[in-house]
Design a protein around this ligand. Structure first.
Ligand code: TYD
Length: 212
């Protein structure tokens, strides 16, 4: 594996709205890489560590308002601990980390609330992680109405953010697309309305090209 990003491993993140199919794609990519002999760590934010599980419970299941700056700090705290205790050590060992959500989620979701600016949310995460950026970020782009239909079919109760208004999810989507446009080398943007197999094939081919 090349060491283009200051570590011998590979850091892949999956982003997109709720219901875009990140979990399915993470599982398919993990299976493919493991078959090829890589050691794969699959994880997520919020909640990839024991501390993170506690933070996840506050940000997703607390009833009532959480002040926007407090919410941004909670995600950043989860991220700081996760990166230091799990992600960086795995990358240093040369492993592949496949992660459901990372700092782009903070910019898109916390920034889309309109109270906090894109740059301040991003800077907070960069401070929290010592500047760790993914080698590849797969954005599964999906119209919020289609995503909503998928979540409805799931029959699980909505968490705090899933229950936000449609306009919020439109802004989140637009913010993800703007982030991808600003960093085209890091992002792979895919139309998540396509079949899971077709999406997985595109993701595999990008990852294969990075691995050389
Ligand atoms: P998600 O990871 O999709 O978990 P689940 O599959 O169980 O719904 O949901 C986490 C929620 O947290 C999602 O609505 C996006 C939100 N979120 C933020 O607002 N900011 C962040 O920095 C992260 C990582 C997630």
């Amino acid at each position: 594996m090349t060491e283009a990003h200051g570590h011998p491993g590979l850091f892949v993140t999956l982003e997109g709205g709720d219901g875009a199919g990140k979990t399915t794609q993470a599982a398919l990519l993990e299976a493919w890489l493991a078959d090829a002999g890589h050691i794969v760590v699959r994880t997520r934010e919020p909640g990839g560590t024991e501390v993170g599980v506690l933070v996840r419970d506050i940000v997703l299941h607390h009833r009532g308002e959480v002040a926007p700056r407090a919410e941004a700090l909670l995600y950043a705290a989860d991220r700081a601990h996760h990166v230091e205790s799990l992600v960086r050590p795995a990358l240093a060992r040369g492993e592949v980390v496949i992660q459901d959500r990372y700092l782009d989620s903070s910019v898109a979701y916390q920034g889309a609330g309109r109270v906090l600016g894109r740059d301040e949310v991003r800077d907070l995460s960069l401070w929290a992680t010592g500047g760790l950026l993914p080698d590849l970020t797969v954005l599964l782009d999906l119209d919020p109405a289609a995503a909503r239909a998928r979540l409805d079919a799931d029959d699980k109760p909505f968490d705090r953010l899933e229950a936000e208004r449609e306009s919020f999810h439109e802004r989140v989507r637009a913010e993800f697309l703007a982030l991808a446009a600003a960093e085209p080398d890091r992002f792979l943007v895919l139309d998540a309305a396509r079949s899971a197999d077709a999406l997985a094939a595109d993701i595999r081919s990008r990852v294969a090209s990075i691995l050389g």
